[in-house]
Design a protein around this ligand. Structure first.
Ligand code: MG
Length: 168
């Protein structure tokens, strides 16, 4: 059973995951405008993943027998100074997601709501990977100091990323 507080927090996180999808779609648009199709693809896949995360919350709230409320949200950022800036902004965003997931887990733990604790476990693990993935790309981009061949190769590498719902 979900308390009003936990129900609201789960619903808020669902909406924040939709907002995350928008955030990464804006980054995809920036990369496309810069003719970095591989980086753009990385963000398009990331946006799909975030929508998938949102739907996990949507389904969980429904399965628990509670209503879902879809809200609007503020504009995501659309102004970036470089590709590495998008990844730094992305890492900051993912750290905020982790903080929110931990806050949700704290409420579930406090209320001894075991079904929610089990549900959130997947997101706790996922956040470790999300932060590591952004951190890795920042480091790789910073290491090459804007060398255009190296950036081109990384762009090419990310062009092959695909959304895999089974890996979610
Ligand atoms: Mg997410």
């Amino acid at each position: 059973m979900l308390s009003e507080k936990l129900h609201r927090a789960l619903n808020d996180q669902m909406n924040f995951e939709f907002y995350s999808a928008h955030t990464y779609l804006a980054m995809a648009a920036y990369c496309t405008a810069q003719n970095y199709d591989g980086f753009a693809n990385f963000y398009l896949v990331q946006a799909e993943e975030e929508r998938f995360h949102a739907m996990k919350f949507y389904n969980f709230i429904n399965d628990m027998g509670y209503p879902v409320t879809i809200s609007g949200f503020g504009n995501p950022g659309n102004e970036f100074t470089s590709v590495v800036d998008t990844f730094k902004t992305g890492l900051t965003h993912e750290k905020e997601v982790t903080r929110r997931i931990y806050h949700l887990a704290d409420i579930a733990l406090e209320e001894r709501e075991h079904a929610t604790m089990a549900f959130l476990k997947w997101f706790i693990d996922e956040q470790v990977e999300e932060e590591a993935s952004f951190d890795n790309l920042i480091q790789r981009l910073e290491r090459v100091h804007g060398d255009s061949n190296a950036v081109f190769m990384l762009d090419n590498e990310l062009a092959s990323r695909k959304f895999d719902p089974n890996a979610q």
